[in-house]
Design a protein around this ligand. Structure first.
Ligand code: ADP
Ligand code: GLC
Length: 476
């Protein structure tokens, strides 16, 4: 079976969050199940620079008025089809915004071209690869199912929703630039509240809809989590699947992770102390035996980071330390810089994106805090489990599906892997932090929880099989 994956991020070439990790890891997990995946990605500078030295096969196309080349290459074991369209993607800044942090004004065009290219590849544009199925990720690729339908290319498609909060909504005036037939501007096409909705178009037109955890799949059928698309999600409930993410257990393996100060296994947990010391040093924290809480996150409302800022003085009063690595809202960044100034040696914040440091924090932190208001899946709790960095998480989405709360029954049965609290509440978060501090005081109990987490199967194996099964069902 041949699958064309379509994504705007892929680790290790371009990453702003978990989508990149998923797009980078799923293909090799699927390869073992007889599914050949090639991934269509935009030719950002960070992608194009990785093609040096390869001898890629290229195909010239004009898509929605833009001259492009489709460049095929294998990079870091990933079979890529790179959409080399300098007019759209050869720009400074991130994948979606310029150096000033503002969205590119032509994002609709950039990602419509990506999506239409996917449909062209499905229709046979490449000589050596015609997929049986298209798997589009998030709004940036979500027009692909619509292009398949309106170009009458009879191939099944899957849209995966990684985050309902990002929908790709644009004004009606862009419709003419999409080169779709007039009838596509309708409620069962791409029209959305009088404009054009990319994610809406994907959910409406794909053969199947998936999201990244069973709990989030249920949550998005409600107005609070569906964010305007809950009606449509409900209408597609027969084709909706919640498949929890896995992690890439080669890049993320505490026994061999070169980004750690010291590698370790569940039998040599003591080795974590060296990483903890190194972490404390990086964040300007005192080196003592108090619990070290860590955060590796986008600093945004979704992640409940404002709640954590509120609770931080209590965390410090309980004798713990906090190391925060993140970027995001300027106000939240400022809050944590202020908190680290207010509690020197107890709270440290590094504002930035640092993949190496993220690994060190998982290998050195005692507990990772993820107080999200909503969390489609979440990967940092999975890395935390795998690294013995005990997750303290809000009961929502994938967090609820992957962490076993340390209540008395779970502790007695030896199955607890973390602490789960009610979402969207500073009080609940405060209680969870205090609970963690108290459990940490019982070294044996804490180590049991760490080991139990490290035993959990967070690999892609099971979930890749679920995708393979879904693909097969759509091809039959
Ligand atoms: P989301 O995709 O919503 O941001 P996830 O938990 O799914 O959340 O994925 C976040 C990914 O980004 C993880 O791989 C995490 O380690 C990484 N990450 C987030 N913030 C940073 C940061 N400041 N520095 C390094 N890695 C980060
Ligand atoms: C999104 C979600 C996150 C999820 C990631 C990968 O960014 O916010 O919860 O883990 O996608 O699926």
């Amino acid at each position: 079976m041949k699958v064309l994956a379509v994504t705007s991020e892929i680790y290790p070439l371009v990453k702003t969050g978990g989508l990149a990790d998923v797009a980078g890891a799923l293909p090799s997990a699927l390869a073992g199940l007889g599914v050949e995946v090639r991934t269509l990605v935009p030719g950002y500078p960070s992608v194009m620079s990785r093609l040096d030295g390869t001898t890629p096969a290229a195909k010239a196309l004009n898509v929605l008025g833009v001259d492009c080349r489709l460049v095929q290459a294998t990079v870091e074991g990933l079979k890529l089809i790179v959409l080399d369209a300098p007019a759209l993607f050869d720009r400074p800044g991130g994948p979606y915004n310029g150096p000033d942090g503002k969205d590119h004004p032509d994002n609709w065009h950039r990602f419509a071209v990506l999506s239409m290219t996917a449909a062209l590849v499905a229709g046979g544009a490449l000589d050596d690869f015609t997929p049986d199925l298209v798997h589009a990720h998030d709004w940036q690729a979500a027009m692909a199912p619509a292009y398949l339908r309106f170009a009458k290319i009879d191939k099944p498609s899957v849209i995966t929703i990684h985050n309902m909060a990002f929908q790709g909504q644009f004004p009606a005036r862009i419709f003419s630039g999409l080169q779709l037939p007039p009838e596509a501007f309708s409620i069962d096409g791409v029209e959305y509240y009088g404009g054009v909705g990319f994610l809406k178009a994907g959910i409406q037109n794909a053969s199947a809809v998936t999201t990244v955890s069973p709990t989030y799949a249920r949550e998005i059928t409600t107005p609070g989590f569906g964010m305007g698309l809950d009606g449509l999600i409900n209408s597609r409930s027969a084709d909706l699947h919640g498949i929890v993410n896995g992690i890439e257990t080669e890049t993320w393996d505490p026994a061999s992770d070169g980004r750690l100060e010291k590698t370790y296994t569940s039998r040599t947990l003591k080795g974590r102390a060296i990483n903890r010391q190194a972490t404390a040093k990086r964040f300007g924290l005192e080196d003592d035996n108090s619990p070290l809480f860590v955060v590796i996150s986008r600093l945004t409302w979704q992640k409940g980071i404002d709640l954590l800022a509120e609770v931080t003085p209590d965390l410090v009063a309980a004798g713990a330390r906090l190391a925060v690595l993140g970027t995001g809202d300027a106000m939240l960044e400022g809050r944590f810089l202020e908190l680290s100034a207010a509690f020197p040696g107890r709270v440290g914040a590094i504002i930035g994106y640092d993949e190496n440091l993220a690994h060190l924090l998982q290998g050195g932190g005692d507990a990772i805090l993820i107080p999200s208001r909503f969390e489609p899946c979440g990967l940092t709790q999975l890395y935390g489990l795998h690294y013995g960095c005990v997750p303290v998480v809000a009961r929502t989405g994938g967090l609820a599906d992957t962490v076993v709360h340390a209540n008395t029954a779970a502790l007695n049965a030896g199955v607890a892997t973390g602490i789960v609290h009610a979402p969207d509440s500073a009080n609940a978060l405060r209680q969870a932090v205090l609970e963690a501090v108290s459990l940490y005081g019982d070294a044996k109990c804490w180590a049991n929880m760490q080991r139990q987490g490290m035993k959990a199967d967070v690999s892609w194996q099971r979930s890749a099989a679920a995708y393979a099964e879904l693909y097969a069902s759509l091809l039959n």
